[in-house]
Design a protein around this ligand. Structure first.
Ligand code: ATP
Ligand code: MG
Length: 408
């Protein structure tokens, strides 16, 4: 993409109402635009990053046998009444009436709708196990939506649901998904610690994936030796004893919850009548689990843990572009490099603007944070280009002909 054609423009200053680093840099860079507290629109640069995060998640979910589907956001009251959650959800669920006075809600999670639709397709033990997921918009009436992409009132969630005959069938699958989660977070470039947390319905705990960061709203206690942690909400002597952990060796940290996986047992299948017939012809409730990740929250988290005073530093796997090419009055040469990179399928943003100073162009490259910066200027030989990693201070001059092998 040519910078001169970009739909968005960068800002020198962050908007004064944004206190979170992720929101400040993402808005300044033109990645997102704020509509109201907790509601952001993804501009082309931000949408590219989000798309890459989603694709990594998608690959790992497909790898554990997840089939992608797409549920509705618009929800029936009756489905939620079946499990008794219509009333208790009022705190978080946007609920409203239509012209006829009929009540509806906007999905903030999808256990009920999934259990409900699964009744049409799961009847026998031969139909199990199954796993489906979606990457879809959720709405939550969040009271404190002031940390940028970390806490949206409208946000994307990847939610996977698995269906099993028994807890014994679920347990190993659950571990497989936990491993897939570890791979997702590694691939997008954040260190996520698997953390014991509350909310396990048919198990003692749920598992959260927590990224240590100052801004995080969760408090966790890290067992560094095992690379595991326990959430403050369940940090009692009894639980620690059960885990065999020594209280004194744990390190207290603020952290961002980027993922959460739950064994649900039959909590949703029973009230909604999601049953199967076993080999003996006996009807039994399906055993379920659900597994969530917030791709937008992950994007905000990456910015929180990977930036410097000048801007964002994207890991290559999720960067909007791999290369940020800058021309300092050498547009003919730069254009050639641009075209060569494009034809070798290297993602490149090319700053071809003629009305910007070198300083402004460098500042924008640092702010946007693509992994590699290339500069062509009159100070170099005709066949040379300056190359610099966003994460490093030193630049060097290389031959243009060497570029493709360096960038590989
Ligand atoms: P929190 O405790 O931070 O409010 P939660 O425990 O309510 O989150 P879950 O219901 O476990 O969230 O949702 C699964 C995942 O969806 C979370 O781990 C997080 O990555 C993401 N998520 C949840 N709420 C939000 C939100 N308001 N904005 C962005 N992502 C969110
Ligand atoms: Mg959670």
């Amino acid at each position: 993409m040519k910078f001169s054609q970009s739909f968005t423009r960068t800002l020198k200053e962050a908007p004064s109402d944004e206190t979170a680093v992720n929101a400040q840099f993402l808005i300044r860079g033109g990645f997102i635009s704020k509509v109201m507290a907790g509601v952001y629109e993804y501009m082309p640069l931000g949408w590219r990053v989000l798309g890459k995060i989603n694709n990594i998640i998608r690959e790992e979910m497909n790898n554990v046998g997840g089939q992608e589907l797409y549920m509705s956001v618009f929800q029936n009251k009756e489905t939620w009444q079946a499990t008794g959650r219509w009333e208790s959800a009022k705190e978080v669920m946007y609920q409203f009436k239509d012209f006829n006075g009929k009540e509806y809600g906007l999905g903030f999670t999808h256990e009920e709708p999934l259990a409900s639709v699964a009744r049409r397709f799961i009847n026998s033990y031969k139909d199990l196990p199954k796993a489906v997921y979606q990457i879809q918009t959720k709405f939550r009436n969040e009271a404190r939506a002031k940390s940028g992409l970390l806490r949206g009132r409208e946000f994307l969630m990847k939610d996977l649901y698995s269906f099993h005959t028994t807890q014994e069938d679920l347990d190993p699958y659950y571990e497989k998904v936990a491993d897939a989660y570890a791979r997702i977070f590694e691939r997008v470039g954040v260190k996520a610690i698997r953390t014991f947390a509350s909310g396990g319905l048919f198990s003692k705990f749920s598992d959260e994936f927590q990224v240590v960061a100052e801004i995080g709203e969760d408090m966790i206690y890290v067992n560094e030796k095992e690379n595991r942690a326990i959430n403050k909400e369940i940090n009692t002597d009894e639980v620690l004893q059960g885990l065999g952990w020594d209280k004194k060796s744990l390190v207290e940290k603020s952290a961002i919850e980027v993922g959460n996986i739950f064994k649900l047992g039959t909590k949703f299948s029973e009230p909604l009548g999601l049953t199967y017939t076993d080999a003996e012809g006996v009807s039994k409730p399906v055993v379920m689990a659900s597994y969530g990740i917030g791709p937008g929250r992950v994007m905000g988290t990456i910015v929180e843990v990977s930036h410097d005073s000048q801007g964002m530093i994207w890991p290559e796997a999720v960067a909007p572009f791999k290369v940020h090419l800058i021309s300092l009055n050498k547009n003919t040469e730069a254009e050639e490099i641009y075209n060569n990179l494009k034809s070798s399928n290297t993602e490149v943003i090319y700053d071809d603007r003629e009305d910007k100073s070198a300083g402004e162009k460098f500042a924008d490259a640092d702010l946007i944070g693509c992994p590699w910066r290339l500069v062509v200027s009159g100070r170099m030989e005709a066949n040379e280009v300056e190359i610099k990693k966003r994460s490093e201070k030193e630049s060097r001059i290389v031959k243009i002909s060497e570029l493709s092998s360096i960038l590989k």
